[in-house]
Write a protein that binds this ligand. Structure first.
Ligand SMILES: [Zn+2]
Length: 377
């Protein structure tokens, strides 16, 4: 959009009234960017697994809902006081940017400043998780425009990154960067990843680039295991065709001399946790990053955790530093890993129902909503 292009008074969003009901295109008022805000034209929004869970009613999302938090956009207006991204790079109308999947709607100095956990601050709100009727309405990726609200963290995108490679960064790749840090993955580690969806692929790629000696992926879907071999996995094993004991034996065989240093759950199934714990060496780390739904129950032998000196860590959201780190990672490693191949379908706003179906049924790794697709062609 050229700086002189006029902002319309209204813009379109795809909203749903109740879980599993068809999306409807509705117009919502668009106003000038307020102080501390940035207004962007949405370039692309990829559908994350949590969008699907919200739409299916597994997560408590308000309705009418506007989904989509893996977003990139082109700056249309900079509100008063916004002139640079979180790293100090100047921002101008026309720049392509990504931003944190959350913003702090109110101040919480205890978590934000004293504990340096802004991702857990009270008053945190997430893009693509609010009712469409909550002003300023445009705060999800399934729409033509999005307001980046005050106390978000913005990163200007390098020109070398394609839209497809850049879009999933602000949820999935940034979460992966957080997993790497929380699990303490380092050179020489044997790393096991339970689940080879997009989060698992980024974790595998980052672990390999960190110097992991062996990266072992587990997943029931053959096509995902195949893809994982191009994203840092040395081996990808079938997690359903063998029983738990055989699976543990297979993994431990790959992780000499006595099991994995780190096991990471990114599949969302709590039933895999007991198996994962059995794959660890004494003193190993188990990281939970996929069981995002409430009531993810599992039966664990706590004595195993005690006796093997296991450290159990949780990962949810991420610190803003992980967003910047993830942008750099994807940009620096774009020749080594085919990040463009992760986005396999492009859909207009009036095709969101189809996009959600294709994503939910695993026909694509990532479905991308491109609100201005016709303009781009
Ligand atoms: Zn997400």
């Amino acid at each position: 959009m050229a700086p002189t292009e006029t902002r319309p008074e209204q813009a379109m969003m795809a909203v749903y009234e109740q879980p599993n009901q068809p999306f409807q295109l509705r117009l919502f008022a668009l106003r000038a960017a307020a102080p501390g805000e940035v207004l962007v034209k949405v370039r692309m929004c990829t559908i994350c697994r949590s969008d699907i869970h919200s739409y299916q009613g597994h997560r408590p999302n308000p309705v009418p809902g506007v989904l989509g938090h893996e977003i990139i956009g082109t700056i249309v207006e900079l509100g008063e006081g916004v002139s640079a991204d979180m790293r100090g790079a100047a921002l101008q109308v026309g720049d392509r940017i990504t931003w944190s999947e959350y913003f702090l709607a109110s101040s919480d100095t205890y978590y934000d400043e004293q504990l340096d956990l802004p991702q857990k601050a009270r008053g945190l709100k997430k893009y693509g998780h609010l009712a469409a009727t909550e002003a300023p309405f445009h705060h999800g990726g399934f729409g033509q425009y999005c307001y980046i609200l005050p106390r978000s963290w913005i990163v200007r995108l390098p020109d070398t990154l394609s839209d497809a490679a850049a879009t999933p960064i602000n949820c999935t790749a940034a979460t992966a960067a957080c997993v790497l840090e929380r699990a303490g993955i380092k050179a020489g580690d044997r790393v096991v990843i339970q689940g080879l969806g997009l989060l698992g692929l980024y974790v595998a790629a980052m672990a390999k680039v960190c110097g992991a000696q062996r990266v072992i992926g587990l997943d029931p879907v053959a096509a995902r295991r195949e893809m994982a071999l191009g994203f840092g996995c040395d081996v990808a094993l079938d997690s359903v065709s063998v029983d738990a004991a055989a699976q543990i034996a297979q993994v431990r065989e790959q992780c000499g001399p006595d099991g994995a240093d780190v096991v990471i759950e990114v599949c969302g199934d709590p039933q895999v946790v007991p198996v994962g714990l059995q794959c660890l060496r004494n003193g190993g780390v188990y990281a939970l990053a996929g069981v995002v739904n409430p009531q993810s129950m599992a039966s664990l032998d706590l004595n195993l955790i005690l006796r093997r000196l296991i450290t159990l860590v949780g990962v949810h959201n991420y610190h803003p530093k992980h967003l910047a780190r993830a942008v750099d990672f994807v940009n620096e490693q774009r020749e080594r890993f085919d990040f463009d191949a992760l986005v396999q379908g492009r859909y207009r706003l009036d095709q969101v129902d189809q996009a959600m179906r294709d994503a939910a049924e695993h026909r694509v790794v990532r479905a991308a909503i491109v609100p201005w697709l016709e303009d781009a062609q």
